[in-house]
Design a protein around this ligand. Structure first.
Ligand code: SF4
Length: 340
């Protein structure tokens, strides 16, 4: 991945206007990774079509990307993109969608685009709610989370959207967070180069809605940083699991009480309070020995201990396959139908 000054990318790829995103939103990072990927690949802007539906992620290309964009209806970006790609197979077609737009309202389009293996790269921004419309439950909202439409906690369990799309037949599937900018940029490049349906899920921070979902009370300046750290503590990269002895202590009640007890009884361990998507505020403990970590379970303020990757979301590239691509097969069928 080549690195050029930020001004180069802004001048070449970004429309000059104030950003519509809230302060600290992850969408700007994803736009940054996208323009670096197409620049690295040397694709002229005129060959790219960005398609989006409705939601905050739809604003990543439209109006920010200074190229051809198609801002469509809720959940239907893949249907429009399918038509564009089938008509003009030379278009590098990239869909930007969110978890509500792509996995909820447009979920059927998503699984069938994967099944057909149409040569479209889909970047799905997962902020775990319908963020733009007020933070309602999406099919990716975790169990128990408080949202605008689940004030007493979400009774449902979420899709693993990456596994769903892999099972539906996509030939390139990856998942990253906005922390993994190098890996994400490389995956966008690999997705565009793949001759088939490429799907990249990006877990992203949404300071505006996630502060309620994850009960994070902090200043506007610190919220994005805490959420990026939450994404880091809630995920691990396949094949790059944490080294050393790490565990998470789930407090029975107050995290501050548990942190104080751990520090008092095990002064040699490194303990800090961190946020997790699945657990809320917990205590991360790093120690030179496994013995210390086992002793933690005897503390009165600790409800339970989790291992370094237990309950975390796996990141990485999960599928790289080859099989017939839809628009090429379609052209062959049309040729045969015409007697060619
Ligand atoms: S509501 Fe959330 S996802 Fe939407 S722009 Fe604001 S921070 Fe970003």
């Amino acid at each position: 991945m080549s690195v050029k000054p930020l001004g180069y990318y802004r001048e070449k790829y970004i429309r000059s206007q104030p950003s519509a995103f809230c302060v600290g939103c992850g969408n700007g990072t994803i736009l940054n990774c996208f323009v670096r990927a197409i620049d690295d690949l040397g694709i002229p802007k005129e060959k790219i079509l960005c398609v989006s539906g409705i939601g905050c992620s739809a604003w990543i290309p439209s109006p920010n990307f200074n190229g051809d964009t198609l801002h469509t209806t809720h959940g239907r970006a893949l249907a429009f993109a399918t038509g564009a790609k089938a008509y003009n197979g030379d278009l590098v077609t990239v869909v930007f969608t969110g978890d509500g737009d792509g996995a909820g309202i447009g979920g059927n389009h998503l699984i069938h685009a994967a099944r057909r293996n149409i040569n479209i790269t889909t970047i799905l921004v997962n902020n775990m709610s319908y963020a733009m419309t007020g933070g309602q439950i999406a099919p990716t909202t975790h169990h128990g989370e408080v949202t605008a439409t689940s004030p007493y906690g979400n009774p449902e369990t979420p899709f693993d959207i990456t596994r769903l799309v892999a099972a539906a037949g996509a030939t390139y599937v990856a998942r990253w967070t906005v922390n993994n900018v190098v890996e994400l940029t490389r995956s966008i490049e690999e997705g565009i180069q793949n001759r088939g349906f490429s799907f990249i899920e990006v877990l992203s921070q949404c300071p505006t809605q996630q502060r309620r979902m994850f009960n994070i009370r902090d200043t506007v300046q610190r919220l994005p940083v805490r959420m990026l750290r939450m994404l880091e503590e809630s995920t691990y990269v396949k094949g790059r699991e944490a080294r050393g002895s790490v565990c998470y202590a789930v407090p029975k009640e107050s995290p501050d009480t548990t942190l104080a007890e751990i520090r008092a009884k095990f002064p040699s361990v490194d303990a800090e309070a961190v946020d997790r998507i699945d657990l809320g505020r917990v205590i991360k403990v790093t120690s030179g020995t496994d013995d210390d970590l086992e002793g933690l379970s005897t503390l009165g303020s600790v409800d339970r201990l989790l291992g370094a990757t237990e309950g975390k979301i796996e990141l990485g590239v999960f599928v790289r396959e080859e099989r017939p691509e839809f628009t090429e097969s379609l052209r062959e069928v049309i040729r045969r139908a015409g007697g060619g």
